[in-house]
Design a protein around this ligand. Sequence first.
Ligand code: FAD
Length: 382
Amino acid sequence: EHRPVLIVGAGVAGLALGNFLLREGIPCVVFERRGREYVERRQRAGVIDTRATRVFRKRGLEDRVVGGTPIKPTLGFRVDGQPRPLTLSLEEHGEGRLCPQQVLVRNLITAFEEDGGDLRFDTEVSVEDIGERPCVRLGDGTIVEGAFIAGCDGNHGASRAAIPEDRITRHTHEYGYAWLVVLADVPATHQTVMAIHRRGFAAQFARGPRASRFYLQCPLEDTTEDWPDERIWSELETRFGEPPATTGAIVEKQLLPLRGEVLSPMSHGRLHLLGDAAHIIPPMSAKGMNLALYDANAFADALIHYYKEGDTGPLDAYSDDRLREVWNYQAFATWFTDTVHDAGDPSHRGEFRHRVARADFDRLYNSATANRLLSEFVAGLT
Ligand code: FAD
């Protein structure tokens, strides 16, 4: 095959895949509808877990692309206003990195270009054919043919839309509550602060040395107008049981209804979906970016096998293999997300569920087995 692998989207999934293929000499082109500056500044996730760090190590890219600081093995919970840190038992946890997504993206772009990769910004594509001669169409009408299409274009991309509707099932789950997501110029004093409180869940996560993301559980109906800056700071103080160490300028506010989604199957013809194009997982699990990286690793392995051995076995198994793992992490995300929300706020699902969630939460401190399972999920090793 001399035609390139066509990669739609330069997020973490598309850029990681591009780098992995380039290092094996497999021709590929990455198309990205946004400009470089926009992609390099888009703030989102902040954790590269142990498993994803190991993927970059295996591919000889760890030193070039994995930035940030080692993850500390303690989750900074505060329960009813009092500190109650939870230490995770797994030693491997420390291999993960606290690294803002845009730092990883920037490093992946630099590595791809240094290695001679073909990356086209400001190039929105539509997916024209996903059969034996897959191709995409550029804005000026040009058709580019490839060997395969990797749909890495996120939750609203063009790839998933190219699969006939009767060939794909969209499984969705609404959690029934939202997060107010706030980005502020506030240096974080701890890697994580997570408040379990009757007024709702709240959190502060470090995003680089000078910024933090704050999260406040709120009803689905709320809008950002309901949350002027003063209300945000006072509500954080109530839920944390102490004021944030410092306050600062709020640079972004958005409402995020918590939801899960899985598209099944993840492959059709010569199109394979990766990352958010195939699945959405709530940020409480810190797995969205990591699942995108595991997908890129698995799809790169399947392609490398195909180009070396001429065998499509792993490509044919890609969807089933990935879905088994995606559902495993959706199971973790629903359990962990609901536990920390219900353990605080009884109004949403009632007193009985509240007390069950408290028992689930307390077990993480009292049972080494329960702690171990959480640790494995956090590290991406189960
Ligand atoms: P994306 O990063 O969305 O990249 C898709 C790319 O495709 C985009 O650059 C887009 O412009 C491009 N594109 C779309 N359509 C086309 C087209 N037709 N042609 C060409 N290009 C196209 N994950 C975590 O692990 N931990 C967290 O703490 C976390 N927090 C989050 C907080 C927020 C507020 C949000 C929104 C997400 C968070 N996530 C988190 C999720 C994580 O950011 C995503 O899972 C991750 O970005 C998925 O990467 P991706 O490459 O699949 O998709």
